[in-house]
Structure formats: structure tokens, C-alpha cells
Design a binder for this molecule. Sequence first.
Ligand code: ZN
Length: 265
Amino acid sequence: MERRSALSGQALTWADGVTRVAVLTGAGISTDSGIPDYRGPDGVWTRDPAKERMFRIETFRADRGAREQFWRTYAGHAAWSAQPNAAHRALADLERRVGGMRILTQNIDGLHQKAGSTPRKVLELHGSMREVVCVACKRRTPSADTIARVNAGETDPHCLSCGGILKLATVLFGENLDPTTLATAVKVARSCQVMLAIGSSLQVEPVASLCGLAVSAGASLVVVNRDPTPYDELAVEVVREPIGTAVPRLAAMFATTARSALAGG
Ligand code: ZN
């Protein structure tokens, strides 16, 4: 699908002249920040498949042992002290150059915002670990308060208002995504010119299907992931190099475009 510049006749890449970019990110973008992914060689579920069950809402509601394991795991999670890496920073920088950019992330770690991405331009499709929600009364409180209770010895903290079960404000298996966030993500996917899918195995729906939506609406899909994904065949480019070097390189392609557009008036 080669395009040519009307002015110079030169071949254009998928980045040229693009002003609306959707960036879909998964766990792979945060592994350089010391946060393990789920399905990779050193992934949480690869190392211990039994852990996947504590990420299911029905298990979490019914099984005190699963909740205790969950809070033990999260109290010591690398994400609390993790810092953004080169890929997060390159995307934050890209947002300042490409006005119509949105990040659709499966991650709950908040590292895009920490890197400088505008919070309202980051859609956290699977929620955030910054907050805890009561399953019964839906009250939200900062996670730090609950983690402090866990660290002080509470193994299964409950809501201080109503006594209900507390969980992180993240989407567990068996739970629906926030409908407003998902609807916005669908709109972004349908209206972008380029979708970069970075560090996601693209196996979890409905997020993965955003790639298909973008392509059907005419966008170029670029997949950056170590392993093959179900959407590679739809992509104009599939990048296997490490995310830490691939993302700054891809982001720079848009920069070159912006500079040449300026140079050309
Ligand atoms: Zn409550």
C-alpha cells in the first residue's frame, strides 16, 4: 500500500503526514521498567499458571485464600516503585508533536502518565492500580491506604464504610470493561490514521479487536511485539526488535514527518 507525495513524487511511509495516532500498549512495554508481563518467558502466568485464577472475579469474590494471595502479591509489586522507560518517554514526547494522539493501554501501572503523557489522553482500559474499589458499595479509595493495611498485617482488607470486599480498581477476568472508556477507545480506533500496537500479545478481548476496527476504518496498523500476534497479518509493518529501541525509532518517524512538513511550509 505505497502512497506517494503529490508534491515530490517520493514514496511515503505510513507515518508521513499523519496527525491522528492511536497507541495500544500492553504489558510488554513495561517489562523494561522491571514489571513482569503475564505470558512472556518470565511472565507471571508462565512461571505459575495457578496465579491466573486469582485474577478471576468469581474466584476473588468467593475465595478468601485467593484474595490473600492477591494482596500479598500486590503489596510487594514492582509497579509501586517502577519508573517509566525509554518507550514510555518516547510516546510522551510523541504526544507533544502529534496533536491527535491517544494511548489505549491494557496496563494498570500508570507509567505512561508518570512519563509525561497527558492523563486525559491515556485510556486505561483495564483500570488502574492507583485505586481500590469496594465490590459492595463501589466506594473508591487510594490503593496506598489499603496496601498500608496489608503491610500492617491485614491479610484480607475489607471496606471501612460497609465491610464489603475490596479489590484493585482493575478489570479482572469475568468483569466488563468500563463502558464509557471502551466506547471512547472504539471511537479513537475508528478515527485514527495509524495504530501502533506495542507489547501486547493481542489475545485479550475486547481490547485486541480495536486493531481490527482501526484497519477496517482505513488505518495502518504497526505491531511491535516479541512474539507473533493474531493481528500480524493485518499490519503494514511487524517489528520484532526490543521495544526499548523500536518505540523511540518509530516515534522519530513521525518527528521527521513533522519537521519536513514544516520545512516544506
Ligand atoms: Zn463498601
